[in-house]
Design a protein around this ligand. Structure first.
Ligand SMILES: [Fe+2]
Length: 295
């Protein structure tokens, strides 16, 4: 028997090689490369776990349900990628930066376009709820120089853990969102409310999976940022509340050590008065360091 005959007909031993050989004339070489790897790992996975026919049908049912619950507003596949750590892995591979630059983390599903620009120092909270918070820091390059003209697009969950677009009947549009632009000193600061930790949707197949694995569906409290400036690599990141109980148990693995900051409670009536905030209030400070584009 020739080598070609060895892989022409399917056996348990040569299963992956037989499937991969059929792609030898693929016009799309990148597709063939990706599928060769996928098939190699998928066949190895099946050989390692040896699913019963019933288990395989259950797996197909699970994937079918994941597709069926997804629509323009509910994306269960992204959620699946998130809870398996794949979204973070792809993001991390695609955002390697020189040391000292602010690290990326997941964009998440709640970012919206066309958010209003707000004046530096103003409040992004359009409702008088929750504990007041000031967020501040500098946008710097990796040499420590301030970056002027950086756009800082911020968004966050409310004091009870919901984004405005999850609660259109409760929160005004663009509540807890805004875009700020730095001046020559690179400084940014704005008023907000202390965000709460929140749960990702767990009423679908991903929730069932997490339940079956004994995993929680919570994300630790965080502030979202997209920081962009001409000549610099755009950063999509979070600042995490260093006191959050879910910090080491983020359902989507978004936490990186460098992104954790202390939220400090300030009890200073005079300072609160100067800021136009009730006393006490919370304060978090974090510099956002940009790497040069294409570094
Ligand atoms: Fe979030």
């Amino acid at each position: 028997m020739s080598v070609a005959d060895n892989i022409a007909y399917f056996t348990e031993e040569n299963s992956a090689e037989t499937v991969i050989d059929r792609m030898r004339d693929a016009p799309d070489r990148r597709l063939a490369e990706v599928m060769q790897s996928a098939i190699t790992h998928l066949h190895a996975f099946v050989k390692e776990t040896e699913p019963t026919m019933a288990e395989w049908e259950q797996a197909i049912g699970f994937l079918t349900a994941t597709g069926q619950i997804s629509d323009a507003k509910r994306q269960e596949w992204i959620l699946m990628s998130d809870v398996l750590g794949v979204s973070m892995l792809v993001d991390t591979i695609n955002s390697r930066r020189p040391s000292g630059a602010t690290e990326n983390t997941v964009l998440g599903p709640f970012h919206v376009e066309d958010v209003p620009h707000r004046e530096m120092g103003s409040s992004i909270a359009d409702l008088d709820e929750g504990e007041p918070l000031t967020v501040s820091g500098r946008v710097l390059d990796i040499e420590g120089n301030p970056v002027a003209g950086a756009a800082i697009d911020v968004w966050q969950a409310s004091h009870d853990g919901f984004y405005d677009n999850q609660q259109p009947d409760v929160q005004p549009e663009h509540n807890l969102r805004g875009i700020f632009t730095t001046k020559e000193d690179g400084r940014y600061w704005y008023k907000a409310v202390k965000p709460a930790y929140y749960g990702i949707p767990n009423d679908g197949p991903v929730g069932q999976l997490l339940g079956g694995l004994g995993r929680n569906h919570m994300r630790p409290a965080h502030l979202h940022f997209i920081v962009s400036a001409p000549g610099f690599d755009t950063v999509v990141t979070h600042i995490f509340d260093g006191g959050d109980p879910y910090l080491t148990n983020d359902a989507v693995f978004g936490v990186k050590r460098s992104l954790i900051s202390d939220f400090v409670q300030v009890d200073d009536a005079q300072k609160a008065g100067e800021l136009g905030l009730p006393n006490p209030f919370w304060q978090v400070e974090a510099d956002l360091v940009l790497a040069p584009a294409n570094a």
